[in-house]
Design a protein around this ligand. Sequence first.
Ligand code: ADP
Ligand code: MG
Length: 392
Amino acid sequence: VWRDAYKSLLQQLTDLEKEAACVQVFCRTRPPADEAASSICEITSQSNQIAILDPGRRGTSSRRTYSFDRVFDPSASGSQEDVFGSVRTACGAVLRGRSLCVFAYGMTGAGKTHTMTGTSEEPGLTPRALDFIFQEIDAARRRSPDIKIRASVSVLEVYCEQIRNLLDDIPTTEARGPHGTADGGASSSSGLRNRTQNTTIPEWTEVEVQDAKEALQLMQKGSSRRAVEATLCNANSSRSHCLSCLTVTVEEGSEGPKTGRLALVDLAGSERMYKSGVDGRALKEGAYINRSISALGDVIEAVASKQPHVPFRNSKLTLLLQDLLTHSARLVMIVHVSTRPEDYHETLHSLQWASRFKGADFGAVGVRARRDEAEITKLRAALAKANEEIQT
Ligand code: ADP
Ligand code: MG
């Protein structure tokens, strides 16, 4: 009886995940360095709104308000755990063949890497998501001993419209980990893909991993190799987009294998170049970054408003995403903004950039997403109960 209940609940969950909103936009502010620092933002987290005030103009006329699917208030609900909590259910769906792509957008110093990677005291989305997905993998293995699950990691960067494989030196003949497979731990994705003129993606390495720790180590290794250039904004400014992916393939019973992916993208700083005011190379990098971020915006807008044509081919970043994501992917954009008066123009620009994704039914999508989220949480609890009953 419990096995049947389990199956039916799982089906409901899978269906619901298929229906769930495909694009969500969140906003996160970096807490000020000291409590006394003045802030240009006012956050109303209950209504998921953020207001921005022009520090150069007094009065309410300079106030603009933006709303998002979630606004994280650093003083209340903006912890690393809260941020992960908002994508937890979508991470679980990776085992059922759905993909999730999370982007961190914002000017350098706004907190993108803090959200994605975090620190050892405050781990970010990457370690939390990997821990969670591998817990789910372990639970699935305990539940059905004949299930076959493979997980692999790849890390890529896009720098000046060139794609670089950041794990290219991982040996492909050597089996990795205690359960290393005979055909070697690492394999390359299906070789050089030839697409129509000039839109070729080089091959990249997918390294098979056994647990969350191994996956995290590879992602850290890959991202430490990003092209890094100091700008006036921040000594660790990154001028490239970094994509870390976990691919999970599940095969159970007579059904064919299902592949889902978690793609975590730490985007290059979105600041306009006058601020960093440096040499020709930095200007060229900045031009590439602006162009690819604008192409990404076009893609997300097309997906959010369910347009039949999605312009993936306008940049290497979006071309890569087309390859990494299936059409059943869910996209989460986390917009990071600074609350410092001197960053007013960048913050305004970021909020405006993100608010263009509000298609006609953006609000409705947000409401539906929250309802689905609640429903998914309920179903997951019922599934865990059924699972316990099956074990006893
Ligand atoms: P970015 O990657 O966008 O350039 P970082 O993530 O490196 O920015 O953040 C810049 C600095 O601010 C780092 O020292 C980081 O630890 C800190 N920081 C950013 N966001 C937060 C946050 N939400 N809570 C605490 N510290 C943060
Ligand atoms: Mg960073």
